[in-house]
Ligand binder design. Sequence first.
Ligand SMILES: [Zn+2]
Length: 269
Amino acid sequence: MTSDRFSRQSFLGENSQPSIEQAVIGVVGLGGGGGHIVQQSAHVGFLHYRLFDRDSADTSNLNRLVTATEADAEAETLKTELARRRILSIRSEATVDVFPCRWQDNPENLRGCDVVVGCVDGFAERRELEIACRRYLIPLIDIGMDVHIVGDEPPRMGGQVILSMPGALCMTCLGFLNEASLAREANRYGDAGPRPQVVWPNGVLASTAVGLVVDLVTDWTRSMRGPVYLMYDGNSHTVTPHPRLVYHDGSPCTHFPVHQVGRPVFTNL
Ligand SMILES: [Zn+2]
């Protein structure tokens, strides 16, 4: 059945397509990043989705939201519906469960996902999502971008792709989340203005995340065995391993001790 449709990705391995088709992928945040994630996941052939976003499309999304049209912005269509529509237009047999609400209101809905991609705003939201994914022993891939403007210098565009694996280094271990940045964000809340977001870094970061998802599910590279921390430099258009991970001394995560989870450890996919 899949021989023609997926022939160009058969290098992923003999059992790769069944693995992709059995996996349940969760996507939290269906805006600039999440739109690319669902679109590419459908092309790759994923069949089972759980999608979380309480927002609807508006005109200010059209600079980056690949699932939306001008008519969607006009109609203020829910982003979960836009994602579902795009997935089903590519992969009509897919099962798409949508949750157009705060995922925190019922984190149990994350349970059963084989991998979660987080495309959320802010450090606090990332920490909450990581806590939930650790609790359910789900690998979490976090993506995000930001733009910093200092003086008269050109704006600096940056971003990250992090794979937070249960039992391995977390986003706090990796130095991405820390009390200082969380406190700064809490103080700034409400008057920071809209966060800069543009389509091309969203695409780079989301494509990288989909690549990690496919690697996790198929193990085609036979090399991904630990956490991933990639940094994106939007000014030089590069994605490179973050030095914090490259030079990490190998000590285990102390923030989410495996013995506190109380369930079998998820290791060595
Ligand atoms: Zn940690």
